[in-house]
Design a binder for this molecule. Structure first.
Ligand SMILES: Nc1ncnc2c1ncn2[C@@H]1O[C@H](COP(=O)(O)OP(=O)(O)OP(=O)(O)O)[C@@H](O)[C@H]1O
Ligand SMILES: Nc1nc2c(c(=O)[nH]1)N=C(CO)CN2
Length: 190
């Protein structure tokens, strides 16, 4: 059997024993602790350095009020990255957590605590999962302007499987006060 990152997790893809499909993937980046912009840029660079990941789009950066975070939390910088990948969803979870760890992410158990870097998988092709360790599409993305707005800028026709068109979801939730920071532009490594 093909090795998986965690021997207790058998990804559905792993069992096929076939060539993996290329999946269009959308991730959300967020930071509200430390050098927020440097943390987002570091995440983009780390993704670009990941074998079998090909970045196709990096959004504008948005300044966003913390949603459902502890009192006193600072504003976030948020952005969205699109990439194609042949990595399994299990490997992607491991990879994004390793990137968070590399940027000093602490896991203290407090829900939505301030964090140097948060990397969420929003959509991985048409992969669906309702496991605790992997929920796809991300169950809260459809209600978060800090995900929908930067994604809409990149892909006005995008859809979240089972939830609907990003444009319609954004119209429903409103912009929630997210503010585009045109002074902060993430670079895409070539
Ligand atoms: N779509 C997903 N993307 C990233 N992690 C996920 C996903 N679905 C489930 N997880 C699991 O969630 C855990 C990480 O949760 P984390 O504390 O980063 O959540 P959060 O980003 O604070 O909250 P939210 O999920 O509301 O954005 C990991 O254990 C990971 O396995
Ligand atoms: N504005 C904003 N609020 C949040 C964010 C985030 O990235 N941006 N992430 C959260 C948990 O992932 C909870 N709340």
């Amino acid at each position: 059997m093909t090795e998986t990152p965690n021997p207790h997790i058998i990804d559905a893809d792993t069992l096929t024993g076939e060539m993996r499909p290329i999946r269009r993937t959308v991730i959300s980046l967020g930071s509200n602790l430390g050098d927020r912009f440097a943390n987002l840029q570091g995440a983009v660079d780390a993704l670009a350095d990941t074998p079998d990941v090909w970045i196709t789009g990096v959004s504008a950066v948005y300044e966003t009020a913390p949603v459902a975070s502890p009192d006193g939390s600072e504003d976030f910088l948020n952005a969205v990255v699109l990439f194609d990948t042949t990595l399994s969803a299990a490997r992607l979870v491991d990879r994004v957590q390793a990137i968070e760890d590399a940027y000093g992410r602490e896991r203290d158990g407090i829900v939505n605590a301030p964090r140097t870097l948060d990397v969420d998988l929003i959509v991985v092709g048409d992969r669906r999962s309702k496991e605790d360790w992997l929920q796809l599409p991300h169950p809260r993305a459809a209600e978060r302007a800090f995900v929908l707005q930067p994604w809409f800028d990149l892909e006005p026709d995008a859809e979240i499987p089972d939830f609907g068109k990003v444009a319609d979801l954004l119209a429903a939730v409103g912009d929630q006060g997210v503010r585009r920071r045109d002074d902060l532009v993430l670079s895409t490594p070539s």
